[in-house]
Design a protein around this ligand. Structure first.
Ligand code: OGA
Ligand code: MN
Length: 290
């Protein structure tokens, strides 16, 4: 059966049917998924139970993996999985929900701010592939915003203004917005800012998008408070409801999003209920600023 995609969001996001992700991916289906990603920017695959190896194999058949090394506050000895997974669960190594005050939990709560994955890395992420292993009884949705539609809706003057701007991104900035400042010197060094363009052009479709993220703190050459407010205003514009798709998770869902064209955020849920979400990430082509 040929793979089909139906749009489920307001201006983007498609649901894919007619594929079993535990089977080897044919080159036709891989091409359809990439074309679907170019077009819809978020793809939802329902009822795809997979173990980590199947998740990894499917991810690798779409591109090269980015490794989640040194990007969270989990010490490597406390990881549930190898570094080719970003563990976005609220669980410790014994699969128990983190205590409310656990700093790993409080750092991870920064995912509830609108962001693009790994925008704090020199070469930021291409796709993220998030799979739900267990979900809480309520809450815990993930919201996505279409940064192409948000760009298209800017007036011409703003488009000209943002065109060549370069931002500094760091997890210190995103966590600073939650007033989490409990970093060691080593972490501060590890999270040193990187530069990213503010307007990206998709390499296949040629569509422009606003490359925003909670990790973006300032704009090169601008006074920081002015840059910070300017970026917050753009985020407010870009995350209006007409650009947002809300994903209500079911166990076994896999959602892929293009970090070059979208932002996303997690929504709150009861903190003592397990939410076991595992992410692989495909590496981007290179830095956005040369
Ligand atoms: C992520 C992320 C949101 C969520 O996996 O990168 O931000 O809802 N997840 O868990
Ligand atoms: Mn994320």
């Amino acid at each position: 059966m040929a793979l089909t995609i139906n749009q489920i969001g307001p201006c983007f996001a498609g649901e894919v049917a007619g594929i079993d992700l535990t089977k080897a991916l044919s080159s036709e289906d891989a091409a359809s998924i990439h074309a679907g990603m170019d077009d819809y920017a978020v793809l939802v695959f329902r009822q795809q139970p997979m173990d980590n190896d199947q998740h990894l194999a499917f991810s690798r058949s779409l591109g090269e993996l980015e490794h989640a090394i040194g990007t969270s506050l989990r010490a490597s000895k406390d990881n549930r999985f190898p570094t080719n997974f970003a563990d976005v669960s609220n669980l410790d190594k014994e699969n128990r929900p983190f205590e409310r005050e656990d700093r790993r939990r409080l750092f991870a709560i920064g995912n509830r701010l609108w962001h693009s994955d790994s925008s704090f890395k020199e070469t930021p992420a291409k796709y993220s592939l998030l799979h739900a292993h267990s979900i809480p009884s309520k809450g815990g949705n993930t919201e996505f915003a279409d940064m192409r539609a948000a760009y298209d809706a800017l007036d011409e003057e703003t488009k000209a203004e943002v065109e060549d701007l370069i931002c500094e991104h760091s997890q210190l900035y995103s966590r600073g917005k939650t007033l989490f400042t409990d970093f060691t010197d080593e972490e501060r060094e590890r999270f040193a800012p990187v530069h990213q363009v503010l307007v990206r052009t998709h390499p296949v479709t040629g569509r422009k998008s606003l490359y925003l993220s909670s990790h973006a703190g300032t704009i090169l050459g601008w006074p920081t408070p002015e840059a910070s407010i300017y970026l917050q205003d753009l985020v407010e514009h870009a995350t209006q409801r007409q650009y947002v798709y809300t994903h209500e998770w079911r166990v076994g869902d896999l959602v892929i999003w293009d970090n070059r064209q979208t932002m996303h955020r997690a929504r709150p849920f009861p903190d003592q209920e397990p939410r076991d979400m595992r992410r692989t990430t495909l590496a981007g082509d290179g830095p956005t600023v040369i």
